[in-house]
Ligand binder design. Structure first.
Ligand SMILES: Cc1cc2nc3c(=O)[nH]c(=O)nc-3n(C[C@H](O)[C@H](O)[C@H](O)COP(=O)(O)OP(=O)(O)OC[C@H]3O[C@@H](n4cnc5c(N)ncnc54)[C@H](O)[C@@H]3O)c2cc1C
Length: 430
């Protein structure tokens, strides 16, 4: 333990990536940590599980991490799991499923090495039908005020808009450009695309995200004496005289000692509920933005010529990831999709037809099994109004701090944002 540091326990509530990242950084500093998690598993919105219908392990949804995500990389290194993610070249394949199935248009954006983006000047590497000046307009995101959406900040609705800005905004912000905060999209570009190819390489977890980001962290923490208490639902925090004094869990109270600290690494809707009594004015952004993923198990893996990540345009599907004989299809900003038992039955064949075309499989090719996964609370409200409500990690309770992707990291609701929020909360716990 570092000199001058309190000797109490740090109670971290929520073992998603924000809670795990907080725990890792505190344990590194010699703090005693107890992680409390409502579920029977850690990982939160980023998890791997065995699906009996597909008879395969799948992630709850496709997650894209880029090599410029420095906090994610540092976290992987800290837990000894860097080797569980594989860096891909910064080549982004797209297919536009226009009205005529015989003429699906395909292209690959191939970024060059080095910081200078000369790929923009090479017609064969950039997006079809776009010119250099179209790309330069992207700097307008950097100077957009906090109240601006992506659609308000960027001029022009030509091919660069439909083939780059719209899919990028959906992927990075899980929100249409008409609603998404321009500043959040700029934050992504600033740390990745604007820095060159070395910072834009997708990191894929061939064995599943849980085996790369979650299990190694749990093992690392356990080996260093941190406790993970699963199935512990926090109902309320009791505050008194500017301090949190009791954590009221469904299965009993945790009375806090004078040197104990608390980090709540919870999504906004849960945070609001547990802090109702202790911090009644707290008003985080809503977190009801949906992502739908559809998984297909195929009779055999798609041909190697199919890119591991494929952007799809003019379709309900947005991105297709392949892992072995399972392909998974993401539909972002999917609130309007209204997925329930009935609509899923219609949606799966429609998405399969798009997927089959995108993968270049022959008409009539079918799949062995399918599964649909709707994450109703995938991300917080990332409109300018939602972003304005993000909470700071310090609270009016001196011994209670906040982490989580919805806290004010400056980044969108991402793995990188969650992990960085944990670094920051850990640094504040003295
Ligand atoms: C389908 C999908 C696709 C995504 N795609 C991407 C992507 O491509 N790239 C990317 O970077 N990010 C993506 N994200 C976002 C990313 O997964 C999240 O930003 C990140 O996982 C959030 O981590 P967190 O720790 O802040 O929150 P969470 O993962 O939500 O963790 C909070 C934890 O708190 C627990 N909890 C809740 N209430 C209580 C309670 N009362 N008591 C105790 N514990 C409680 C929860 O069970 C959970 O484990 C995606 C998310 C989803 C769902």
């Amino acid at each position: 333990m570092a000199e001058g540091m309190a000797e109490g326990t740090v109670h971290i509530v929520g073992a998603g990536l924000a809670g795990l990242s907080t725990a890792v950084r505190l344990v590194e500093r010699g703090r005693r940590v107890v992680l409390h998690e409502a579920n029977r598993f850690a990982g939160g919105r980023c998890r791997t599980f065995h699906d009996p219908r597909l008879e395969r392990e799948i992630d709850n949804g496709n997650h894209l991490i880029l090599s410029g995500n420095r906090s994610s990389r540092a976290y992987l290194a800290a837990i000894g799991a860097s080797g569980r993610m594989v860096e891909q070249p910064a080549r982004f394949a797209f297919v536009d499923l226009g009205a005529d199935p015989a003429n699906d248009r395909r292209w690959t954006v191939a970024m060059n090495r080095g910081a200078l983006p000369w790929w923009i000047a090479a017609p064969g590497r950039r997006i079809p039908d776009t010119g250099i000046t179209d790309y330069l307009a992207g700097v307008r995101l950097a100077i957009a005020g906090p109240g601006k959406t992506v659609a308000e900040a960027l001029p022009g609705r030509g091919p660069l808009w439909t083939r780059f800005w719209v899919p990028l905004t959906l992927a990075a912000i899980n929100t249409t450009p008409e609603r998404a905060s321009a500043q959040l999209l700029w934050a992504v570009l600033r740390e990745t695309f604007a820095r060159g190819e070395r910072y834009c390489r997708p990191l894929l977890a061939p064995g599943g995200l849980g085996h790369a980001l979650v299990e190694p962290a749990v093992a690392w923490l356990g080996a260093r004496g941190a406790e993970l208490r699963l199935g512990r639902v926090l109902r309320a925090v009791e505050g008194q005289g500017g301090h949190a004094v009791t954590l009221r869990f469904a299965d009993g109270d945790e009375v806090l000692g004078p040197d104990d600290r608390v980090v709540l690494a919870l999504p906004p809707s849960r945070l609001r509920a547990v802090l109702r009594q202790a911090l009644p004015g707290i008003d985080p952004p809503d977190d009801a933005c949906t992502i739908v993923n559809v998984f297909f198990r195929l009779a055999e893996p798609p041909p190697e010529s199919v890119a591991p990540i494929l952007g799809v345009l003019s379709s309900t599907a947005h991105w297709i990831f392949r892992r072995g004989d399972v392909v998974s299809v993401t539909v972002s900003a999917a609130d309007a999709l209204g997925v329930d038992g009935h609509t899923s039955e219609k949606l799966i064949p429609a998405i399969w037809e798009e997927t089959r075309r995108a993968l270049g499989l022959a008409a009539g090719t079918s799949y062995l099994a399918a599964r649909i996964n709707k994450e109703r609370r995938a991300t917080f409200d990332q409109s300018p109004a939602g972003v304005a409500k993000r909470l700071q990690p310090r609270t009016a309770l001196t011994n209670l701090f906040l982490a989580g992707d919805a806290t004010d990291t400056g980044l969108p609701a991402t793995i990188e944002g969650a992990i960085r929020s944990g670094e920051r909360a850990a640094a504040l716990v003295e």
